[in-house]
Write a protein that binds this ligand. Structure first.
Ligand code: GMT
Length: 378
């Protein structure tokens, strides 16, 4: 198949999932066309099966807001025609599903039918999409998609609760490419980060308020009082500076490393002992799955779909949002005893195997085929 993939090209989970999906589909012989405003961060190699088409939005001083949806829908029309794309898969409803619908309508005028598959990722529904200013357009574009998927049952439930949805929503969980998380590093470069006695605790995100970054610092503060430990904070976002300030106030700045954005997530996870994800909302928690795939147990909140990934008492523990004491207690239970830590590490990897990319991607292929058949027969 020739598949057009629309996504945000940044470090966010939805862009990562879209990119990894495209790469795997290309290995399975499909021709993939990424259509977005810059080359996705995890898309390193372009080849005969992987193409990138940049959406340009010319700056015009008259416009207070530059019309990205307009540029995207025009680009989609041009790319579908030029490359004979069979199906468009849009990740994140806003504004991608809306722009794709417009493209589909324009193409119909020329007798070309292209089905739209929309994948809901989380904030497009729970935070942004349900805002009254966007809700009508988001509801419309979900209902007009030829197929709709959500990355967890929890997100599907939220979508049905928040919007008037007439379309079926299929749950297709996020996935992991184990080849990337198989340890290729001999010593995991652990010695550069911590002494042998210190446990390494890691958090990776875009440091938005929803990630509750201050909870991470406070949990770590309590942990390091009990056992020697270091905290690795990976990513950039608005909560980073307040977090650095809090570390200073608590006098733990020499035990916390702020990496900024990193292309070496696999290396950092490889030397980590524990992953913290205390989010306020999380439709899935791809970062937790990436940690588990590297054999890192997870201490998380029980928000949204995290419980579909992190299994209580098996791959880690889940607490109510903001329950720092419980998170500290659970973290120390895992970290204080090396034999318990070793067991949780093995379990984390085992649980992550359910989300192996090779098991999940065929679901998307089946959804594309069905959408193409239905689209032609309408
Ligand atoms: O929250 C983020 O880190 C970014 C956000 C995004 O839209 O890229 O992530 C959402 O999609 C990810 C991939 O499906 C999920 O793993 C995240 O849980 C989800 N974030 C939220 O629901 C807050």
């Amino acid at each position: 198949m020739k598949i057009g993939i629309v996504c945000y090209p940044t470090f966010g989970g939805s862009g990562v999932v879209a990119t990894e999906l495209g790469l795997e589909l290309s290995k399975r012989g499909h021709e993939i066309h990424f259509i977005t405003y810059s080359q996705p961060v995890r898309l390193e190699l372009l080849n005969k099966n992987v193409h990138f088409h940049e959406v340009n939005v010319p700056e015009y001083p008259l416009f207070h807001y530059q019309p990205y949806e307009l540029a995207l829908s025009s680009k989609l029309v041009d790319m579908v025609k030029l490359h004979k794309i069979d199906v468009l898969h849009v990740h994140y409803a806003i504004p991608h599903a809306y722009a794709a619908y417009m493209a589909k309508k324009m193409l119909q005028e020329e007798g070309i039918e292209v089905p739209i598959v929309t994948t809901l990722h989380g904030t497009d529904i729970t935070l942004v999409g349900s805002h009254p200013f966007y809700k009508s357009a988001v509801t419309f574009s979900i209902n007009k998609s030829d197929a709709v998927t959500s990355v967890s049952q929890s997100l599907k439930d939220d979508t049905l609760r928040l919007f008037d949805i007439k379309n079926e929503i299929k749950v297709v969980p996020n996935f992991i490419d184990f080849e990337k998380y198989t340890n290729h590093f001999t010593d995991c470069q652990r010695a550069m980060m911590a002494t042998e006695k210190e446990k390494i605790i890691t958090h990776i995100s875009n440091f938005r308020p929803v990630k509750r970054i201050q909870d991470i610092i406070r949990v770590f503060y309590e942990i390091q009082k009990e056992i020697p430990a270091k905290l690795m904070m990976v990513g950039e976002g608005p909560e980073k500076v307040p977090a650095e300030l809090l570390c200073k106030q608590l006098g733990i700045e020499n035990k916390v490393v702020f990496f900024g954005k990193s292309h070496e997530i696999d290396k950092i996870l490889c030397f980590s002992d524990l992953f913290l994800l205390p989010s306020e909302a999380e439709s899935f928690g791809l970062a937790a799955l990436e940690a588990m795939a590297s054999g890192v147990p997870v201490i998380s909140s029980n928000a949204g779909g995290i419980s579909e990934v992190n299994k209580q008492g098996v791959s880690g523990f889940l607490s109510n949002v903001g329950d720092i004491d419980d998170m500290v207690k659970n973290a120390l239970f895992i970290l204080k005893d090396d034999s318990i830590l070793a067991k949780f590490k093995i379990n984390a990897k085992k649980e992550a195997k359910q989300f192996d990319i090779h098991k999940i991607v065929p679901y998307y292929e089946a959804i594309y085929k069905e959408a193409m058949v239905n689209c032609i027969s309408i």
